[in-house]
Structure formats: structure tokens, C-alpha cells
Write a protein that binds this ligand. Structure first.
Ligand SMILES: Nc1ccn([C@H]2C[C@H](O)[C@@H](COP(=O)(O)O)O2)c(=O)n1
Ligand SMILES: [Zn+2]
Length: 159
């Protein structure tokens, strides 16, 4: 009888790999973010990455930081989590209690969107802005709304 495989990746690893693949599509030169939303039956509902609204071409886009909001990328970029929610083609009731896998901890604006979309859990890879005001607001929002969050374990790595 064939031996059973012992190195099958977990659902957490699988969905985080999907989120990681999505972030490879991002044109942001500084921070690429991917998100994958999976339902309680381990089905992928949607995927997204940080990018521009569709009519803005990469060439015309100011991909830098600037004190001038007109020339600051943050004024224009749609975050990975927001794109994942927007890309979802099903009924929002199917997203109730879903898990979002994100390569970077959600900002406070995305935290609000995820709560309203019905997401019940956030699993993140990196939290490089931990301790910033934005990050504290995000965590307070998630805590207040009963959305749990945890850092993913990737025993097989990402390659
Ligand atoms: N959870 C997040 C946080 C940030 N983003 C996007 C927004 C920008 O494109 C980039 C952050 O750039 P930085 O300020 O680090 O130069 O990441 C996101 O999609 N989701
Ligand atoms: Zn965000």
C-alpha cells in the first residue's frame, strides 16, 4: 500500500500562499499586499492585491510617497483587502464568518470594511506597522467587533 504523504500543507498555509501569490501582482514598489478570503468550508471566495483603480494606468500613477496628497500613492491605491471584498461575486451572506488571509495586517480602514463584510477572522503574515496609531485603531476595531486575529504559521515556508 502506498505511504501517506506526511508533508501536506495546512489550510492556513494554502490560503496564505494564495494571498502571497496575489501580492506578486502588485505594482507598488515599496509594499505589496495580497489577500485571500476563504469561507468556513475552506472554499476561496475572493482574492485581491493593492493596486490602482482600473482606469488609472501604472505609468500615470505616482508610486511614491509625498507630503502633497495629489502626488501621494496612498491617496489612490485600493488596498488588497478592499479589492478582495470588491472582487467577490457571491452574496455577502456567504462571507459571514469567513477568514481573510492577508500578507500584511489590515489598516484601520480595511478593518472596518472586513467587519462590515462579515469576516470573522484575520490571519496575517506580517505586522510591520504594529504599534502605529493606524494599527492600534485597526486592532481596537477588530477587538470591539469580535473579529479574531492571529499570525499564521508557515512551517513549509513560502517557496
Ligand atoms: N493592510 C494593507 C496595508 C497597506 N496596503 C497597501 C497600501 C499601499 O499600496 C501599501 C502601503 O505602502 P507603504 O506605506 O508601506 O509604502 O500597501 C494594503 O493593501 N493593505
Ligand atoms: Zn487597508
Amino acid at each position: 500500500m502506498a505511504e501517506q504523504r506526511s508533508d501536506v500543507i495546512s489550510w492556513d498555509e494554502f490560503f496564505m500562499r494564495v494571498a502571497f501569490a496575489a501580492k506578486l501582482r502588485s505594482k507598488d514598489p515599496n509594499t505589496q499586499v495580497g489577500a485571500c478570503i476563504a469561507d468556513t468550508d475552506h472554499r476561496i471566495l475572493s482574492v485581491g492585491y493593492n493596486g490602482t483603480p482600473h482606469a488609472i494606468t501604472d505609468e500615470a500613477f505616482p508610486w511614491g510617497d509625498s507630503d502633497d496628497p495629489l502626488n501621494d500613492k496612498h491617496s489612490y491605491v485600493i488596498h488588497a483587502e478592499a479589492n478582495a471584498i470588491l472582487n467577490f461575486r457571491g452574496s455577502l451572506k456567504d462571507m459571514q464568518g469567513a477568514t481573510v488571509y492577508v500578507t500584511l495586517f489590515p489598516c484601520h480602514e480595511c478593518a472596518k470594511l472586513l467587519v462590515q463584510a462579515g469576516v470573522g477572522e484575520v490571519v496575517y503574515l506580517d505586522d510591520k506597522y504594529a504599534g502605529t496609531m493606524d494599527n492600534l485603531i485597526s486592532k481596537r476595531t477588530l477587538d470591539s467587533c469580535g473579529v479574531t486575529y492571529r499570525k499564521v504559521q508557515m512551517p513549509h515556508g513560502l517557496s
